[in-house]
Structures are given as C-alpha cells and as structure tokens.
Design a protein around this ligand. Structure first.
Ligand code: AMP
Ligand code: MN
Ligand code: MN
Length: 311
C-alpha cells in the first residue's frame, strides 16, 4: 500500500493544502485527492485549504471541499516546496500531528513526518502513482489530467516523460473531455488577459545579446485592468519561445519596490538555482522568487547569476 493510502486509512479527519496563488497542478492535485477520498473513504472527513481558485478551473470546484474542522489527524501538503508557501494553510499544518508532503519540486525542503518527493512532471502524476487505478473515476481523472497538462505546458516542457504520456493516456480512457479541459483551463484567455499579455510583450526588453528577455508588470497596470496575479499566466511562456531567448524573466510588482519574479529557461540555465539563491524555488526550467529593490536592481542581480551560468 502506498504512503498516501496508509496515511489516509489511519486518519479520520484530513486536511489537504496547496501552495499560495494556486496553479493548475496545485488545484488539480488538491481537488483530485479530495474527490478520491470522498469517493472511496465515505467515513472520512476531508477539507481543502487553497486560495481562491480562478474561474478557468470552475469544473474542478466542489462546494463541500472548502470546509473547516477544529482539528485534523492528517495534513497532506500538495505541490508545495516549503512550509511558508502553504500560506494560511501553514497554521493548519502546524496544529496537525501528522504531515504528509507530496511534491515534485527539486527545491522541496522535505518538511513533514513523511514525504513523497520525487522527480515527475507534476504532483498530479505522483498522486496517480499513489492511488489505486480501479478506484478512480472521470471526475478524479479530470483533476489529475489538469495538473499534468498545466505543469507540462500541454506535454511540451522537458519534464514530460514516457510515463507522463502513459498516465495521461490512462486518464483520458475514463472518458474525460480532455480537449475541452485543455482549451478551458489552459488556452482560453479573457480579453483582460489578452490585453495585459499584449502590453507585456510589447514592453519586453532584450538583453545579453537577446539571450535574455524581460518584462515588468507595474502595480498601476494591474490596477488599471483590475487584474489578479493569475491573469499573468502564460505570458512568460510566450517570452520563452521567442527566437534566440535562453531565459525569460517576468517581474510582477506586488508591492512598491517588491517583485514576484518568474523565470523560464530553454536549454542551459538552471533557474531553480537562481530562484533558491533569492529565497524562492522551483524546477530547472521554471522557477520563481520574490526580490525587493528597484526593477533595475532586480534585473541586474538576476542577470549576474544568468551570465555566470552561461559562462
Ligand atoms: P511561477 O513562475 O510562479 O509560475 O513558478 C514557477 C515554479 O517555481 C513553480 O513550480 C512554483 O511552484 C515555483 N515557485 C515560484 N515562486 C516560488 C517561490 N517564491 N518559492 C518557491 N517556489 C516558487
Ligand atoms: Mn504549482
Ligand atoms: Mn507542480
């Protein structure tokens, strides 16, 4: 029996937590596991702790998932590299006697009583391996499929393996509307998102002989469009696939003089090392962190590290 299933069996009340500003893999894994426990362990009580889920994932929302119990026997952390990134859920975790940490970030700090941290396209891919296939249904499969397509950029990032494709194949065999899931949750943009993306791309700046491309989203622009951080999803991928670019950087000004940094690389630079240096984390080809200072200083600091790696 997997570590996940034996932990579930021993618990009566279970909390599931994901990282702040949840993405497709975080939402897919949290809701996939919620649905799995609800379907197969009817006597267990389970609540999900994630921040507001963007409308693009409406098909994964469950009214009864966002409950609150006074205490839990088990806390399962999903897709989260360190305790702080759990946000408000961190407090819930700290009060819970047993913590299971399931994740695929190479920067994972291995917090918790038990961990399943390994290389995989997504946390959803790991979860699939920990569940019993005959106990899945179309709802669970839709959630796990969502996480896989989001973290692989629809099966094109370098984290996509033969196993990823095989698991995706098994998930679509449940009769899920996979084309609609991809369009609705990954490709569809609101007009607002389209405009911000256009603006970011237009204002992007090439440096280091075009090997690095950066863009800055200022707070006044976010306010003008009444945009949420998730409205910026997808922009950095357009930047990364620009000809000649090895590293794309998107700075999102969260507070005056404080930036959320997103980095993507193509072949050479390990951006997880750079993100970790600045207190963040992530993967070799996709990582993030928060840095204080002027945008100019932030870019200067980052390019110093990129240049070092490019030699
Ligand atoms: P993003 O650029 O926000 O899409 O993040 C890219 C990858 O890096 C994701 O796997 C995130 O979970 C991870 N990541 C982003 N920001 C941070 C951070 N501040 N600390 C740790 N990991 C991060
Ligand atoms: Mn994630
Ligand atoms: Mn993930």
């Amino acid at each position: 029996m997997s570590k996940l299933l034996s932990a579930i069996e021993k618990a009566e009340t279970i909390a599931i937590g994901g990282h702040v500003r949840p993405d497709g893999d975080c939402i897919g894994s949290c809701m996939g596991l919620f649905r799995y426990i609800k379907k197969n362990y009817r006597d267990k009580q389970v609540c999900v702790y994630v921040e507001e889920i963007p409308d693009a994932f409406d098909y994964l929302k469950e009214e009864d998932a966002f409950c609150e119990k006074p205490s839990y026997d088990l806390f399962i952390s999903l897709d989260c590299g360190d305790e702080e990134r759990l946000g408000d859920a961190q407090k819930v975790m700290e009060k819970t006697p047993y913590v299971l940490n399931i994740d695929h970030h190479i920067t994972n700090t291995k917090f918790g009583n038990e961990t399943v941290v390994k290389e995989a396209s997504s946390t959803c891919e790991i979860l699939y391996g920990l569940m019993e296939e005959e106990k899945l249904d179309a709802g669970i499969a839709s959630a796990l499929y969502t996480g896989i397509i989001h973290d692989t950029g629809v099966f094109k990032h370098s984290n996509t393996t033969k196993e990823t494709m095989e698991i995706a194949g098994k998930l679509i065999a449940f009769g899920i509307p996979f084309g609609k899931i991809i369009d609705d949750s990954f490709y569809r943009k609101t007009y607002k998102q389209l405009q911000i993306m256009g603006r970011c791309l237009m204002e992007s700046v090439r440096i280091m002989d075009g090997r690095c491309l950066f863009s800055i989203v200022r707070q006044n622009v976010m306010k003008l469009y009444e945009a949420k951080p998730s409205d910026l999803d997808g922009i950095i991928d357009e930047m990364r696939t620009t000809e000649g670019v090895e590293v794309a950087i998107l700075l999102d000004e969260r507070e005056p003089g404080e930036f959320k940094v997103s980095m993507r690389s193509n072949e050479i630079v390990d951006v997880s090392v750079i993100a970790r240096y600045f207190g963040g984390g992530g993967h070799v080809r996709a990582a993030g962190c928060a840095i204080k200072g002027s945008a100019f200083d932030v870019i200067n600091n980052l390019t110093g590290h990129i240049e070092k790696q490019l030699g």
